[in-house]
Ligand binder design. Sequence first.
Ligand SMILES: [Zn+2]
Ligand SMILES: [Zn+2]
Length: 432
Amino acid sequence: MATVSFWGGVGITGSSKVLIEDHGWRILLDLGLDRPHTQFYHHPVRPREGNELHDRLKVGDAPWIPRLFRNTAVMGTGLEGGSDGKTAVFITHSHVDHIGLVGWVDPSVPIFAAPETVKIRHALTASGRAHQTDPTFELIFAEKVMLEGQEPQIITMNEQDSLQFGPFNVTRYRIDHDVPGASGYIVETDQGRVAYTGDIRLHGRHPEWVRAFAEAAAGSEVLVIEGTTLGTKSRETEHPATEMQLDQTFATVLTRTQGLILMTLRPRNIERIESFVEIAKTFGRQILWSKEFATFLSAYGLHVETIDFGMRQIHDIQSRPAGYIVQMGSKEIPWIMDLPLGPTSVFIHADGDPRLSSPAGRSLQAWLQRYHVGLRTLGTTGHASPDAIHRIVDWIKPQVVYPLHTHAPELLQPNPPTIRVIPDYGRRYPLG
Ligand SMILES: [Zn+2]
Ligand SMILES: [Zn+2]
């Protein structure tokens, strides 16, 4: 009898882990860091270097799944390590709550993911190595943690590739989220199909990919869907702007700004980065990227210009402020002192570091106020609105839907005859 169980993302936003089992064979969908892992390891308290998985398992901050992790990584925890030869891992995307523990997986357990996910993982490794001695690197990417363990051998799976693993057939579909390579999977078992969305949205650049996934998944016995925005009451999550609207707003801000522009955004939202680079070009502006961003983006394969804040570069910016946009993270903020800024400038906050509500965000706003620079926020979420979540469920019309990756699973209320089940952590639910 095939079963499905949940080892993360239960009642919390993030860290989804879906285990499908049949006759001793296992498919694990996603293997990220647990949230809130901060309960025991709030920055700067960290698990001990080299023993991170051990230190997380000991306090219940990692999934207790036997025969998955390397023996050396779980030694002393009581959890059985090594491989049973009947387990495979599939990753939906490169956010740390979905991929963060793969460095601990036993090398004989195969791990599959989209080519873009593998590329981002490698780019992070490259930039991680370049900035290993820099303690602020972790804050800027907030995810140095994803480089825990050893460099994993991830097997790339193209869009709509299927593979047979024991009694399972697994197919990868591209879906839309705020990172390239985002995937959904459909796992066929003898007792029916399990469709898993990973993180998903309808207001990104590729809603048609979500539609195609929903069509492929239509009538599945089980749907596991993320529910991040359920229970959040804000305009940004209930009526999120589309990425295309952000492009337009970005262009409008560029039209209206005569002076130097400062900007922050997220390194892994690569499609937005590419789009902003192109839009900036049409306005005769070049984006200068901080060292960390530039290393990461170059390792991913983009050609970008780095800001080094050298005398010559600062002189160039001072003589032609309308020719540049300077990307700034928390660490670069004091350079505001040396840049030609004032009321004709603007700081564009497009979802990056620092978050405006954080202490560093308050620092940023104090700097902007002191130098009379306006702030323009333009961002959107990587997660489907509550309405869009319900629409996707309605398109698929599964027999059973499990809301995951949400604080408020009870707010998913599908139309009949679909049944919603709020999962318990680690409990096995039979299929069919
Ligand atoms: Zn997530
Ligand atoms: Zn995500």
